[in-house]
Design a protein around this ligand. Sequence first.
Ligand code: GLC
Length: 417
Amino acid sequence: MTDALHTTAINILKTNDRGSYTVPTEGLYPFQWNWDSCLTALGQRHFDPDRALTEIETLFQHQWPCGMVPHIVFHEQDDGYFPGPEVWGCRRPIPTSGITQPPVAGFALRRLLDSAPDLRDRARPLLEKITAWHRWFHATRDPQGTGLVAIIHPWESGRDNAVDWDLPFERVPTDGVTPYTRRDTQHADPAHRPTQDQYDRYIWLVERFRSLGWQTDRLHDASPFQVVDPGFNGILIRACLDLADLAEDLGEIAIAGENRMLAQRGLAALTALWSDAHGQYLCLDRHSQTLIDSPSSGGLLPVFAPIPAEHAARIAATIDAHGTRYRVASHAPQAPGFDSVRYWRGPVWLVVNYMIADGMRHAGQTEAAQRITSASLDLIRDSGFAEYYDPLTGTGLGGKQFTWTAAMVLEFLTDPG
Ligand code: GLC
């Protein structure tokens, strides 16, 4: 069975490979996505490390001069996706979106090079590029110098329709949005996708940023949506630390120092987002300066960074208390807003499981890590390589033959919690 999973996972990665980048799945997502690609490289490293490095290099070829790495690169024309390049209007040589995604690149690069040290010289230019991205985050998304960065669009979190955004989204209007036709609901069940009202607000934000000419240093202050997502910051902190280690090994001392400093500031500031009542971290609405009472997987993900040991232990207990057959639910099943089939409002996502399990292992919570790994592989055996899964029944939902799900399976099989 394990062998069959392994072979199927590799086949999916190869089927979705477009030469120098990999699409998340055919149809629903026909371009290159930022954090999908970096996590995909982790799967590719098991059978073609060279190709894995290309995946990350391709993404960084489309980095903006300001340092931002866009969340989508529209390598080829495809009308099957909305919003396409004309809606973003970013005026890049190869069209891209104008927002970003969770910065897992530093972590992925380090893990890839740990298993393929002969690629280090080729990878060296990426150290500066990834650092420029980290620097950009702190310069443009933390103008007050708090140590934590904000997202200005829910798509940046990677958790598009999380319950976390419901309250801050009330500040985003829907009037004046150019009429459009959604394409996602033609590929997937509308009951498993974000609502129409949420889509109107997603597009309103895109049009607002486009009207400002995508000057990324102006968008944070101009956005009615500014949220400090603990999971996003946990990923950034971990990526800074991994990149710092890698840079030290390669003798790039200045790069190492800068990343370590950013990580330390982030870690110190993260504590303010801890909720004892929930046994996890919470998002901060930067406009109202209040914590958002929404226990999502975004508040569990900081365990990916070296948070205090007692917080890691509480997070392990919180996941146990979810009580779902399959873990990790993207929203606490006991909390308002939970929906076991609707995208990021309850379903399990393997990439999140992977990062939480990895963090648990580093924190010494090996049994908690093992439980997540087993639950993840059970899902694949029961329901195949779906985009996401119902945590109660294990039903596979959304897109099929999903790239990053396959990549995570290769990781789980090789490096079981
Ligand atoms: C969805 C997910 C996002 C992912 C993208 C491509 O938008 O919410 O996290 O990057 O699909 O798979």
